[in-house]
Design a protein around this ligand. Structure first.
Ligand code: C2E
Ligand code: CA
Ligand code: CA
Length: 659
């Protein structure tokens, strides 16, 4: 097949007709331009005439010498007798547009009279088009103006064979169209401006948190990744400070969300005053902030970061005005994590495996999660502190998380149970009631007290479920004692409620249902809540009100340890105050404990509330309480928490003789 043509007959015909370009007689382009039938001008980009071809010179009755070098206004002279025609101005606007947009532009029909050599003007109509001439880099080097003389055509169209009316109509129409086009172009430009502004605002919004103006998490992560990448080339360190405000929730609950927003803005402002201008500050969650300290010294980076964290704590501790009459300090817990040059940039952590493939955590992810872990520990060890991440922090957090997991299994496997501790009359030691206390029958054979896992239950969100179960179980048990022991059984059961449980919807209905199910009078169920749980939560207070209306009794637990104001506590609808063990422990030895206990007793008397002294371990303490007029007491001296069967057995054996 080689050597023969494979094309179609038409293609072969075309190939035969085609002549090689070098065989063609091509004159130079200047000659072509000069002899072209269309009238054309070449102008510089600032509109000075460089050249005109013959057709143009003939059409305008001028010479090359008289045209080259003229500016626009001289090249398109206005007829002083026709003030409406200002061709030069329109021409300039078209040429500017062509030059700036680098695109050709066809103008509306123009009436532009030419000046004859004798100085008179002659009416002429033109159809102009302007074209940019670009160099190889795409820059405009010259402007080409081509304008065909259409005077004869216009006159033919006119009603009046002379000229006049038809031409005038054409011109009017042409101007109308041009004006319309111009106004549409203006509209388009306005729209475009709005579009650009909206896009700018959007990208600012995407990068910045609208409330505080700080960077948002993705932007911060990019910044952090860049800083860490720099570490590979230049020795040094990068620190991440993870901040979590300690009391945004309380401020929201107490003063409303506008006050919470103010607290956030105030905190953001304070952060900016402490860090260097080049450092990155971001808001990464509701009440979480991240500060990235870049370009630190490898050796002293950690010390510097810790120093900044301390300064941040101090600054944030100062109160902010969150409402015209209320202040709150945006105090925070801070976790610090530092990366030094030479550290691996990727860590594969199989525990984060997704769908069987280990997730690759970037250095930025890892550093941030370390700072977060340290913050979590800092918060656990008390608010308003900072902690730097290290292996020990990691181990402690792992242990806590393991406990949370184990506990979830315990709940699922029904390994939680209730023990009951007696609450007795100080005078005569008759049994008033029992407090239900959680116990965990651990697979290792031990029975763990609530104090060892209640925080983990709270953290992992299990407490509301556990708490509901506890209310139901305590009611069931009280009914069982009623049935078994009659009047010898406990008169009341005290059940602990965490602040979280109190704030959860549906508690009231649950309590009502439990009481009904077991046929108990509401006042036999005493619900214990801590001061902080009641004072801080609006929802919690509403639930308390509801519980009281239902007829349940309420007790403030651990009274004297909370940070809330006494004046708020006394406004609550409670029946009992349980004085914390820390106050009653040393009643005989410590005059201060005694003074506080006396004061609480006096307060309770005024408010007609009953006081329960907790943690009574010594007989002398009980004697002292009796002298002070305290009505109820609880503690190892009076009875340890026991399994319900043990309580039944002890009560069946009859009342204990007073000691
Ligand atoms: P709490 O309500 O103040 O309960 C008293 C705690 O002190 C109990 O610890 C009890 O065993 C212990 N205790 C009683 N008498 C004495 C004494 O004389 N000396 C000493 N040193 N300790 C005494 P437990 O059972 O470990 O409970 C710890 C905390 O866990 C409770 O403190 C309560 O806040 C919480 N808790 C227990 N059960 C529940 C529950 O069902 N729901 C909720 N939300 N919290 C619970
Ligand atoms: Ca309690
Ligand atoms: Ca207590």
């Amino acid at each position: 097949m080689s050597g023969t043509s494979t094309g179609t007959p038409a293609q072969e015909g075309a190939a035969r007709r085609r002549v090689a370009p070098e065989q063609l007689p091509l004159p130079d382009f200047r000659t072509v331009f000069d002899e072209a039938p269309a009238p054309m001008l070449l102008l510089t980009t600032d509109f000075v005439v460089v050249h005109a071809n013959r057709a143009r010179l003939e059409a305008t009755a001028t010479t090359l010498e008289g045209t080259v070098g003229l500016d626009l206004f001289e090249a398109f002279p206005s007829n002083p007798d026709d003030p409406a025609a200002d061709g030069a101005r329109k021409m300039r606007s078209s040429l500017e547009q062509v030059r700036d947009a680098r695109r050709p532009h066809t103008m509306a029909i123009q009436k532009h009279d030419i000046r004859l050599p004798d100085g008179r003007y002659e009416e002429r109509y033109w159809s102009p088009r302007n074209v940019p001439i670009l160099d190889e880099r795409g820059e405009v080097v010259l402007l080409l103006h081509r304008s065909d003389d259409i005077t004869a055509y216009i006159r033919r169209q006119g009603d009046d064979p002379g000229a006049g009316a038809g031409a005038t109509r054409w011109r009017a129409r042409a101007e109308e169209i041009e004006a319309d086009l111009l106004s549409r172009m203006q509209e388009l430009e306005d729209l475009n401006e709005q579009l650009v502004a909206a896009r700018d605002a959007l990208s600012r919004m995407a990068l910045h948190d609208p409330l505080t103006g700080l960077l948002v998490a993705p932007a911060m992560m990019e910044q952090l990744a860049r800083s860490l990448a720099r570490l590979e080339r230049h020795p040094g360190a990068v620190a991440v400070l993870f901040l979590d405000l300690d009391n945004l929730k309380q401020v929201n609950d107490r003063y409303g969300h506008a006050a919470g927003d103010e607290l956030l803005r105030c905190a953001a402002g304070r952060l900016a005053t402490v860090v260097r201008p080049a450092d990155t500050v971001a808001r990464v969650g509701g009440d979480e902030f991240v500060v990235v300290l870049d370009d630190l010294d490898a050796e002293h980076g950690t010390a510097y970061a810790e120093c900044v964290a301390e300064r941040l704590l101090l600054t944030l501790d100062e109160p902010c005005e969150v409402t015209p009459r209320g202040t709150a300090s945006p105090s925070a817990s801070i976790g610090v994590a530092v990366a030094r040059s030479g550290a691996p940039d990727e860590v594969r952590s199989p525990e984060h495996a997704v769908g069987g493939t280990p997730r690759v955590r970037t250095a930025a992810d890892l550093l941030l999660s370390q700072a977060d872990t340290a913050m979590y520990r800092a918060k656990r060890s008390g608010r308003g502190r900072s902690l730097t991440y290290d292996a020990a922090v990691d181990a402690a957090v792992s242990t806590e998380r393991a406990l949370e997991l184990e506990l979830a299994t315990a709940v699922a496997e029904h390994r939680l149970l209730l023990h009951y501790q007696p609450i007795v009359e100080v005078e005569g030691r008759a049994l008033y009631g029992v407090e239900a206390l959680l116990r965990w029958q651990h697979p290792d054979g031990t029975l763990r007290p609530a104090g060892q896992f209640i925080d983990a239950a709270e953290r992992s969100g299990l407490l509301p479920t556990i708490g509901r179960w506890a209310v139901g179980e305590a009611c069931r048990q009280l009914r069982a004692w009623d049935d078994d022991l009659g009047a010898a059984g406990p008169g009341h059961v005290f059940v602990n409620l965490s602040p979280g449980e109190l704030a959860r919807p549906g508690l009231l209905e649950h309590v009502r249902a439990c009481l009904r199910e077991h046929g108990l009078e509401p006042q036999r169920l005493v619900l214990e809540v801590t001061e902080s749980g009641v004072v801080d939560e609006q929802k919690g207070r509403r639930t308390l009100q509801g519980l009281q209306e239902l007829g349940c009794h309420l007790a403030i637990d651990d009274f004297g340890t909370g940070h809330s104001s006494l004046s708020r506590v006394v406004q609550l609808p409670v029946d009992h105050l349980k004085i914390d063990r820390s106050l009653t422990r040393d009643l005989t030895g410590n005059p201060q404990s005694r003074a506080v206990t006396e004061a609480v007793l006096a307060l309770a008397r005024t408010l007609q509330q009953t006081v329960v002294a907790e943690g009574v371990e010594q007989p002398e303490d009980l004697d002292e309480l009796r002298r002070l007029g305290c009505r109820l007491a609880q503690g190892y001296h009076l009875g340890r928490p026991q399994a319900p069967e043990q309580v039944t057995a002890a009560l069946s054996a009859g009342p204990r003789p007073p000691s």
